[in-house]
Design a protein around this ligand. Structure first.
Ligand code: EPU
Length: 450
């Protein structure tokens, strides 16, 4: 398993561009199952989750062709409707084929996705929504089997104990496009990835209004067709780059930055003393160039993760790494996944002062973090450890980089371009479980009074 070796202390500077969004791409690619015509996607990120989705679509009878950042999907054999455990267990988001397969093929068998590193991830709301559209659902040998001759429109409440559900909304909205009659989804997820999906479906011939608000209306149609669609920039990757710049007291320009989708994050960052400004105001704030600079002295802050437009859970870990360097006590409350704190013990090993009580963590700012071997079994927790490594003294080894490869396309290449001292250690470079790397003396290069 690959690892990253990071020698902290380099100030990041220069320019970087944000790739297409992973979490938008997954339901978008699955939506190609709704037609036999070709659907072409631009700006698809090169990530292991995307390759896994491609593999799943191929097993489900699609031709999937990737050419650089362009992916075309054509559903040619509609007799396949079984999403097997082998693939579903590698990627929970495989569940987004459920709605499209059911609506188009009338039957789907999909292995029930398990929990993940940060707790239970139920799909009861997805199933409740599809049942309301007329699906008959049963469990058989760990698989969900859903059947329906033709779905029918319904009014569906999709709220759960932690707000709405993003992929649940994607599944029900996609399925309802081919249902007979009108569907109203109340308490739909408002995440921009849902709006991006609705835009694709409408371009394919669907009649969806209200996407991006809690009430989405879908007038069912008989058929959808092919189209070309550009995937939105990844707001979580964009936020991660911004925090990386702030961690190192850097000066970084970020292109294709979805400023409009990150207002909760830029608000918290500006309280902390990190300034993000759009360099050319004629650009669309959903994808524009920004410059990130930070004050030398960072202020503590209090924030809570929430459904969009609140602070995203997918940036909680990275923000915690930054707050380790603030001058005072910060309070972070996780309201989407109350157990999503795998980074806490690992950051503590680097010298962070963190006190967790339930779904809240108090971060007591420290003057320095010290490099250490660390690992986490979650994508965003791993990202926070890389960020901590960039600002820590000495060497940090982040193991299990395959988690990062799920959501950041060659993260080390981007960081290196900005001046970070980071390199990937491949499997064959480990001896007796320890990485073989040349030793670089620890230097404190970041000009800061933190
Ligand atoms: N929930 C239910 N029942 C359901 C579905 C969800 O109770 O049927 C609960 C969940 O347990 C959670 C909350 O509702 O507490 C929100 O979960 P949601 O369904 O919205 O999550 P998701 O759609 O499975 C997507 C992203 C996640 C991101 C969440 C929240 C994708 C592929 N995944 O997951 O991204 O954290 O929304 O914003 O879009 C990541 O990229 O690292 C990641 C985990």
């Amino acid at each position: 398993m690959d690892a990253f070796s990071i020698h902290g202390g380099q100030r990041l500077a220069g320019s970087i561009s944000v790739d297409g969004s992973k979490n938008a791409s997954l339901p978008l690619l699955a939506a190609a199952l709704l037609t036999q015509e070709q659907v072409q996607f631009n700006c698809v990120p090169n990530l292991s989750d995307i390759s896994n989705m491609g593999r799943l679509l191929e097993e489900l009878g699609c031709n999937v062709i990737r050419d650089g950042e362009q992916v075309t999907v054509t559903s040619v054999d509609e007799t396949q409707s079984h999403a097997r455990y082998d693939i579903v267990r590698t990627m929970r988001a495989s569940v987004c084929v459920l709605g499209p397969l059911l609506a188009r093929r009338g039957e789907v068998r999909i292995s029930m996705p398990g929990g993940c590193a940060f707790g239970d991830r139920p799909i009861d709301l997805h199933l409740r929504g599809l049942e309301a559209l007329g699906a008959k659902i049963e469990l058989d040998g760990g698989d969900i089997i859903a059947r329906a001759d033709r779905l029918h429109g319904a009014t569906i409440f999709l709220g759960g104990p932690f707000g709405s559900t993003v992929l649940g909304t994607a599944n029900v909205m996609s399925a309802a496009t081919l249902a007979k009659g009108k569907t109203i989804i109340e308490q739909a997820a408002c995440e921009p990835e849902i709006t991006n999906l609705a835009n694709l479906l409408n371009a394919m011939g669907a009649k969806i209004s209200g996407a991006g608000t809690p009430r989405v209306t879908i007038e069912g149609v008989d058929e959808l067709g092919g189209t070309t669609h550009t995937v939105m920039p990844d707001r979580i990757v964009a936020g991660t780059w911004a925090i990386a710049a702030a961690m190192t007291n850097g000066d970084v320009e970020i292109e294709r930055f979805p400023l409009d989708h990150l207002l909760a994050v830029t608000d918290v960052l500006s309280t902390v003393g990190v300034h993000i400004h759009q360099t050319d105001t004629s650009q669309n704030p959903k994808s524009c160039t920004v410059q990130v600079v930070s004050d030398r002295s960072l202020q503590p802050v209090m924030f809570t993760t929430q459904p969009y437009p609140g602070f995203p859970t997918d940036l909680q870990a990275q923000m915690m790494a930054l707050l380790c360097f603030s001058k005072g006590n910060s309070i972070i409350t996780e309201k989407i996944y109350p157990e999503r704190f795998m980074h806490v013990p690992e950051l503590s090993r680097m010298g962070a002062k963190l006190v967790r009580q339930g779904s809240t963590v108090m971060v007591q700012g420290v003057d320095r973090l010290v490099g250490a071997p660390v690992m986490a079994s979650d994508l965003r927790a791993s990202a926070s450890l890389v960020l901590a490594g960039l600002a820590a003294e000495g060497e940090t080894i982040v193991s299990r980089v395959y988690h990062l490869d799920r959501g950041y396309a060659s993260m080390e290449t981007g960081l290196k371009k900005l001046g970070a001292n980071i390199k990937r250690i491949t499997d064959d470079q480990f001896v007796d479980g320890l990485p073989v790397v040349e030793t670089i003396p620890a230097k404190k290069l970041i000009q800061t009074d933190r």
